[in-house]
Design a protein around this ligand. Structure first.
Ligand code: GDD
Ligand code: MN
Length: 387
């Protein structure tokens, strides 16, 4: 039953008068022992006068981050650690931390001091005074800057990721990939079930999910931004990797197809596309050797390209169940076998279409597509089946 005073809009004011925190600050950590206590000190200094609590979500870091936090938590009731075992992932850690909050507003901030905690009071104030659902701390909004904290290749990658994210966000945002934001908890609760636990794009996911659930949740989310200067990482290393980036691309493409094509298929197809170039380069090199005629060279180049595709898919598409040791070689073998059948499927479909409609490129393309779909579907269950 819905009490009229119990609306989302009323919650913050009601809460402010009570004893609980107004703001829960979620800090995801993976090997941040050199950073976490320093950040907590900085938060204490930045948030004087604001009732807040800190929820650290640690994925069983090997450097003892969780123990440090629990030790510090003995001295204060507004700090706790969600210590997760056998699980990994930035987005899923943030989701779990936010789900543990009862405060009207939740903030997410990185542990490595890259995010300027002194803008948090302004973010909260903006959310409350302007009645916003989300306030993003943006590296690219006015007065924001990413120059300090990102290498030049990361800056380019970051701009690209932002541009791509803009395509799916459904809202104009200068930094949809930011990992630093404040969200009204009532909004989070409404979309929590739709969020995907993979990857590094929790904010984008919340925005996309809230936009597509607009009707159910009573309108599009209201979003504001404040600029901030992205600093250099304090201690330790970044967990961002090529795997994270490729998964992101796969997920975005998948969203663009309305979820019709799974992101693992799109990653498989992208890798297959790079395999074409590897094939051509290998063909040229091998054919230049003495004693290699076209057929031999083509055969060897095919094996090189299949190996390339296997290694990349094993590292990226199927990073979560990556084959190692003996399984690697068994997997490579099954991959060769499946792809050979894929080639048969390719040639049959292409000839069948060509007989029906003698259009060279149409038939060729259909055949190639057939083998990608076949190889994906079969290697998924044969080569990388989950054990
Ligand atoms: N619990 C948990 N589990 N925490 C994680 C994991 C994980 O698997 N992976 C990373 N973290 C934590 C880190 O410990 C850190 O506190 C925070 O998440 C960000 O990780 P970094 O490794 O420092 O990421 P980054 O600096 O490369 O990326 C930042 O900028 C990106 C945009 O360029 C993050 O803010 C991203 O969210 C953001 O998209
Ligand atoms: Mn970082």
């Amino acid at each position: 039953m819905d009490h009229p005073a119990n609306t989302v809009q009323d919650a913050p004011q009601k809460q402010a008068a009570s004893a609980g925190p107004i703001l829960s600050i979620v800090i995801p950590t993976l090997d941040e022992a050199g950073n976490i206590l320093g950040l907590i000190d900085k938060l204490d200094a930045a948030l004087v006068g604001i009732p807040f609590e800190i929820i650290v979500v640690d994925d069983d870091s090997r450097d003892g981050t969780a123990e440090l936090v629990k030790q510090a938590a003995l001295a204060r009731a507004d700090l706790r650690c969600i210590h997760r075992f056998g699980r990994r992932g930035l987005s899923s850690a943030c989701i779990e931390g936010m789900a543990a909050s009862a405060a009207p507003y939740v903030a997410v901030i990185d542990a490595d001091h890259q995010h300027d905690e002194t803008v948090l009071p302004r973010m909260l104030e903006k959310a409350r005074s302007e009645g916003l659902d989300i306030v993003v701390a943006s590296r690219f909004a006015e007065a924001g800057s990413a120059e300090g904290g990102l290498s030049s290749i990361r800056q380019k990658g970051s701009k690209l990721a932002n541009a791509i994210a803009g395509l799916v966000a459904g809202t104009r945002l200068s930094d949809p990939m930011s990992g630093f934001f404040v969200v009204r908890r009532a909004l989070f609760d409404k979309v929590a079930r739709e969020l995907s636990p993979d990857g590094f794009k929790i904010l984008l996911d919340i925005v996309v999910s809230a936009n597509s659930a607009a009707e159910r949740i009573g309108g599009k989310p209201r979003i504001g931004e404040v600029g901030f200067e992205f600093r250099e990482r304090n201690a330790g290393e970044s967990k961002m990797s090529l795997t994270v980036a490729v998964h992101f691309l796969g997920l975005v493409l998948s969203k663009l197809t309305g979820g019709l094509l799974p992101s693992s298929f799109l990653m498989f197809a992208m890798i297959g596309f790079t395999g074409v170039f590897v094939h051509l380069i290998a063909l040229g090199l091998i054919h230049a050797l003495p004693d290699f005629n076209f057929t031999n060279s083509q055969l060897l180049a095919t094996i090189v390209a299949m190996t390339w595709n296997f290694v990349l898919n094993n590292r990226l598409t199927y990073a979560a169940q990556r084959l190692k040791g003996l399984s690697f070689w068994l997997g490579l073998f099954t991959f060769y076998v499946v792809c050979s059948f894929g080639t048969l499927a390719n040639i049959s479909v292409a000839s069948w279409i060509y007989d029906w409609q003698p259009q060279l490129y149409l038939a060729g393309f259909a055949g190639a597509l057939m083998s990608v779909v076949f190889n994906y579907a079969v290697t998924r269950v044969v080569t990388w089946r989950k054990r």
